[in-house]
Design a binder for this molecule. Sequence first.
Ligand code: SF4
Length: 396
Amino acid sequence: MSVSTFSEPAPSALLLLGRGVDLASERGVECVGGLPAPSDPDLVERARAARAALGSRAFVLGHHYQRDEVIEFADVTGDSFKLAREAAARPEAEFIIFCGVHFMAESADILTSDHQQVILPDLAAGCSMADMAAIDQVEDAWDVLVDAGVAESTVPVTYMNSAASIKAFTGRHGGTICTSSNAHVALRWAFDKVGGLGGTGKVLFMPDQHLGRNTAVQQLGLSLDDCVVFDPRKPGGGLTTEQLRDARMILWRGHCSVHGRFSVRNVTDIRAAVPDVTVIVHPECQHEVVLAADLVGSTEYIVKALDAAEPGSSWAVGTELNLVRRLAAAHPDKNIHYLDSTVCFCSTMNRIDLPHLVWAMESLVAGRPVNRIVVDADDAHWARVALDQMLALPGY
Ligand code: SF4
């Protein structure tokens, strides 16, 4: 299977930095004030001073995929859901500064109190996967399922990596959010709602086809033939009514532009080059890559696996490069490789750099918050319903 590509940008495709400010479109913002380069000692000093001035009024969250220069100022690091919960557990913090991407800041806004403000240092830090599912497309897709007579036996399960509007859709239609750690639990819960795994009920899984497929096949025992891909750019999703009726997993045609690039060839090459290497990959990778790897799991799973690895052991890691480099630096006694040296950093994660963080913090110190992320009340309510359903799943 080849990596999916899109010839046309999604309606909410990310826009370039330095072209002015537009909160509604996530247009990138310029740091005003001519801030120096991230490595400039003066800038590091300004970051320390601003952080100290904010004290307990601010809480800084850093996703695992963020740059080192930013992680240095994070009060806590983790994956998207861990960070959202950390934000919710800090009601005393007036400002939540989210060093991550847009959907994460939205989730933090949904899960925190009204008096707390969530700040995203650069509004252009989106997620290409989340942008592959726009709410109009999802509403149209549901209409297709209604026309095919399968909507009543379909439960939406939506990955955390999605816009708040898609999470709200999921809440309105009785579904749940999931993470890469608990996708198998969410799928079992969803199938149980519509007759169980042995029945004919379906899951509409959005927006990452790979996580949905890998989880359904590897962990629930469904077959590849049970899975169909709904392409929002094609009439009827590119599927016949019969295909929709026969399917168990209706996978949205979305993917991660970083994890989707790892290939089986990468796995073959690293096995040939490094004796006794253990290949560990994220479930956003293509199904064939997951099959070829030794271990598959979420970002937190990968971090724990490397922490627990034997000194001297060899690993090839298929996830975002900032994290792999940090793991390699933290474990000099282990032989840690990046699965494909040609795969780049997540470009949107990398938009949060030290100049933007300093700009955001100094603006807060000056009493004029910038880049606040606010989810509208109705979407926030229904997205919270879907997030709360995830929290109610076994294991949380
Ligand atoms: S690594 Fe992939 S899923 Fe994560 S923010 Fe970047 S594009 Fe989105």
